[in-house]
Design a protein around this ligand. Structure first.
Ligand code: NAP
Length: 310
């Protein structure tokens, strides 16, 4: 009997994913019927994006797992009708995309590129930047994405600090963890990168108190989630020079409202949630592998821990 896989994402994603998913199932010899519509009681797996119209999982009585297309799960993890395993997306294509985006913005700040790109007076004012080995970058959130970013920054020669919830060791990275480790992690963060999930424990993690621990003139890069930052505290810190500049990819409300002060602030670069989209070809292989595992009773990859919310 074929495995029924329901594709429940925004309608415009179906044509993007149909062929890559079909190819990935075939590559693993999975006999799959893939569709955007089944009788709920006939569905075996749900390939899901939280902006799908599907919000009530209760009728999907036979389904073995919800396989999220996004890395972030904050919009589905607390759904009370979801009783089956939830896997988040860890996609090699998305990871590369995030690494490239973050490293680009780190290099902009590290090299001080803005003074030459925006130079209306044509000032000949050379300034030698430090080498990467003289610059400390700190990453809050050392999971799939944070640790991949750290690896590339280390290759470039940066001093890298990381912060995670649980104690862990990553070669070459000065690691900190837990509430006690945050102050130390921030205290040397000349460039700070936020790659934490949005959970009750991480909301406003970069508030006025945390910002005060940063070295004066630090740069902030947030491709994690909007609620990680206290928006007003960031604006205040930009105004005093405690934070020199910030690049923000994610916001509490998206699209960022036209009257939000981030748009107008000269120290803020807004990018429209483009750091790392899921890449259909590689993500489909991850989905297919999880279905293969589900069918032979092996543990799913990238399961979300519902109590910690990520
Ligand atoms: P992940 O593998 O789950 O890693 C999350 C990291 O955050 C882990 O190191 C975890 O610590 C740490 N963490 C979680 N709660 C914490 C807490 N309370 N205190 C300290 N550390 C904590 O997630 P990921 O795949 O790297 O993705 C991270 C986030 O990036 C996603 O949740 C999503 O919001 C965002 N994202 C954004 C885009 C974009 O385009 N802008 C694209 C993809 C993802 P442990 O290691 O101890 O578990």
């Amino acid at each position: 009997m074929p495995i029924n896989v329901l594709f429940a994402a925004h309608v415009d994603r179906w044509e993007t994913y149909r062929a890559p998913l079909t190819d990935a199932f075939a590559a693993l010899d999975l006999d799959v019927q893939l569709a955007t519509d089944f009788r709920p009681e006939d569905v075996d797996y749900i390939v899901y994006a939280p902006n799908s119209p599907l919000q009530d999982f209760a009728p999907y009585t036979r389904a073995k797992a919800v396989l999220n297309l996004w890395a972030g799960v904050e919009a589905v993890v607390n759904n009370p009708t979801l009783k089956i395993p939830l896997a988040r997306m860890v996609d090699p294509g998305m990871t590369k995309s995030m690494t490239e985006w973050v490293v680009g913005h780190v290099m902009r700040y590290h090299l001080g590129l803005d003074r030459y790109i925006v130079n209306p007076d044509h000032a000949w004012a050379p300034r030698t930047p430090p080498l990467a080995a003289q610059r400390t970058v700190c990453i809050l959130g050392m999971g799939a994405l944070g640790s991949a970013v750290a690896e590339v920054l280390l290759t470039l020669g940066f001093k890298v600090r990381g912060w995670s919830r649980r104690e862990k060791s990553i070669p070459g990275v000065a690691m900190h963890h837990g509430e006690d480790g945050l102050e130390l992690a921030l205290s040397q963060a000349e460039i700070l990168i936020l790659l934490l999930p949005d959970t009750p424990a991480t909301e406003n993690i970069l508030d006025a108190a945390a910002i005060a621990h940063l070295p004066k003139g630090a740069f902030v890069i947030n491709p994690g989630r909007g609620p990680l930052i206290d928006d007003q505290a960031l604006i205040d810190a930009l105004n005093t020079g405690q934070i020199a500049q910030a690049t923000l990819d994610v916001f509490r409300t998206e699209p960022l409202p036209a009257d939000h002060p981030f748009w107008a602030h000269p120290g803020v670069t807004v990018t429209p949630h483009v750091a790392a989209d899921t890449r259909p070809h590689t993500a489909s292989q991850v989905i297919a592998e999880n279905i293969r595992r589900g069918e032979i009773g092996e543990p799913f990859l990238h399961l979300v821990d519902r109590t910690s919310g990520y």
